[in-house]
Design a protein around this ligand. Structure first.
Ligand SMILES: [Zn+2]
Length: 224
């Protein structure tokens, strides 16, 4: 059951590695299925070595429906997100180094780069430290993520969410790209800011990017 989705989850895990967002078996990928149940990647397995049957199917309370593997050690926190946010269809957890580095120096990553406004939906909060494997990882994600698609977990990594696996992956990849550029600038001197209105504009523009939407309305491309 859900063969296509299982394969997409494995492909996404491999992409996390390709984009430098995890190493070896780090992080996890999970998604809500059409029947309301959740597919979660197994604990401690390298994504390239996974086959579709390795992905565990469970209900939102963690009762396993199909799969013999031990699910991700972060499952409790992941399921908390799916229970509290019925709009969320996918959750990705990474240990991406540049975004995580920001959590060691500040409590928010302002969307001063358009990439971040676009992919994460605005500023990205840094949630306080919570131990790996804790339900607090999920509680903090729900509490701090707001309207954004990403939150940085202090001293640990990143959680992204989306209406699809692709959206959650985009948020993680573009967050890392932005974090890299920001840290390069911050290492040299004080950084410059976009205004709140400019950030809101980039977020709006993004809604028209991709094959499924129309042309960008002219007023959104005016310089403000
Ligand atoms: Zn982790």
């Amino acid at each position: 059951m859900f063969e296509k989705e299982r394969n997409e989850i494995i492909k996404t895990g491999i992409a996390l590695d390709r984009y430098g967002l995890i190493a070896l078996a780090g992080g996890n990928v999970s998604a809500r299925m059409s029947d309301g149940n959740i597919l979660v990647t197994p604990s401690g397995m390298i994504y390239e070595s996974m086959i579709p049957e390795d992905i565990i199917l469970m209900d939102v309370n963690g009762n396993i429906i199909a799969g013999d593997r031990k699910p991700s050690s972060d499952t409790e926190g992941i399921l908390y997100i799916f229970r509290e946010r019925p709009d969320v269809m996918a959750v990705i957890h990474t240990h991406q180094p540049y975004a995580t580095a920001i959590s060691l120096i500040q409590d928010e990553f302002r969307a001063d780069l358009t990439t971040l406004g676009n992919a994460a939906g605005g500023n990205v909060a840094v949630a306080p430290y919570s131990p790996p494997g804790s339900i607090a990882m999920g509680e903090d994600t729900v509490k701090y993520i707001g309207e954004s698609f990403a939150v940085i977990l202090a001293h640990h990594g990143v959680m992204t969410i989306g209406k699809s696996i692709k959206q959650a992956l985009n948020a993680a990849v573009y967050l890392e790209e932005s974090a890299k550029a920001y840290l390069a600038a911050a290492a040299v001197g004080p950084t410059k800011h976009l205004t709140d209105a400019q950030i809101r504009q980039t977020v709006e523009v993004y809604k028209y990017v991709g094959q499924d939407s129309g042309a960008i309305p002219k007023e959104l491309t005016e310089r403000i």
